[in-house]
Design a binder for this molecule. Structure first.
Ligand code: C2E
Ligand code: MG
Ligand code: MG
Ligand code: MG
Length: 290
């Protein structure tokens, strides 16, 4: 009996120590992220989105990378979760928006207008001042039209507070900024909620694409989402197109837009021009017949 008690106490202590060490780690990471932002260690990579049937380049998605002086390239899933729902998430999110708009301004100056979509955390989207900051950033780059920017919102965060999120999305839509629902199919939005949401595009989560050829259920979900998008006059794009078979089957199902390693990996801005020239000369898709 004593044993059990002792064990219980120890477990509690261990739990506290674990919690404490997590807290210290988190604070350290927060400091590191602030320093990294000050020292320009963040960079946006860009991954093209294309019409797989016509080969038209639709735009690019901005994906954050952390060039850590000692640890090398750190991927977003290894640091963004630690700033979730924290003011730092807004700080980084604003940097992402500013950097993307500045990049578009630069491309427009070079006569290459390319639209960029940025991933926006629900916490950032719903923070006060989101719209004012967005408008202020656009004011600083007056050559960039609003409709070149797209916001990617996770399906899961869009349904967090449907009413509030939708009113912000409506404001964005009013000025022409595009909206897409990211990782679509992984959330639990009901069709009636979705019907009300002001979104232009559904981005089908890559897990469904990955297994579409082996898993009948995933194929059924894909087919359903594509049908739903068509019925509600939304665009639909597939993430995670890794093989020619993925691409061909998606086109067959009526999903022409795609993004994935088979088309292009995310790359630094300076590589994008070269990729576009190459793609226009000889898209890997040119062998596909219809
Ligand atoms: P996401 O927005 O769904 O982005 C797609 C992720 O899948 C990216 O990972 C991309 O590199 C990867 N990907 C693209 N094509 C393929 C493919 O064919 N196969 C596979 N297996 N993966 C592919 P990444 O860059 O590591 O980003 C992960 C997630 O982190 C993103 O998912 C997004 O939710 C978040 N994220 C990235 N950048 C930002 C940002 O600037 N702000 C915010 N708030 N979140 C970001
Ligand atoms: Mg995304
Ligand atoms: Mg996604
Ligand atoms: Mg994702």
């Amino acid at each position: 009996m004593y044993g059990a008690k002792l064990k219980g106490r120890n477990a509690l202590n261990e739990f506290n120590i674990y919690e404490e060490s997590q807290e210290i780690k988190r604070n350290q990471l927060h400091d590191d992220i602030l320093t990294a932002a000050d020292h320009h260690q963040f960079e946006l990579y860009y991954q093209p989105k294309v019409n797989m049937r016509t080969h038209e380049i639709l735009g690019v998605e901005a994906l954050i990378r952390w060039n850590h002086p000692e640890k090398g390239l750190i991927m977003p899933n290894d640091f963004l979760p630690f700033i979730s729902n924290h003011p730092l998430e807004i700080h980084i999110g604003q940097w992402v928006i500013e950097t993307a708009i500045k990049q578009m301004s630069h491309w427009i100056d070079q006569d290459h207008p390319i639209g960029i979509s940025v991933n926006i955390a629900g916490y950032h989207l719903q923070s006060s001042g989101f719209m004012d900051n967005l408008l202020e950033t656009f004011r600083r780059y007056p050559n960039v039209p609003y409709n070149l920017l797209e916001l990617e919102i996770l399906e899961t965060s869009a349904i967090d507070d449907l009413h509030q999120v939708d009113s912000i999305l409506s404001e964005c839509k009013m000025i022409g900024v595009k909206i897409s629902l990211d990782d679509f199919g992984t959330g639990y939005s009901s069709l009636s909620h979705l019907k009300k949401l002001t979104v232009d595009t559904l981005k089908i989560d890559q897990t469904f694409v990955r297994n579409m050829l082996e898993d009948e259920n995933d194929l059924a979900i894909l087919t359903g989402v594509i049908g739903f998008a068509n019925a509600f006059k939304r665009n639909v794009i597939a993430e995670g197109v890794e093989t020619r078979a993925h691409m061909e089957n998606l086109i067959e199902l009526g999903c022409d837009w795609g993004q994935g390693y088979f088309i292009a990996r995310p790359m630094p801005a300076k590589k994008l021009q070269e990729w576009m020239t190459q793609w226009r000369l000889n898209p890997i898709l040119s062998a596909v017949t219809h």
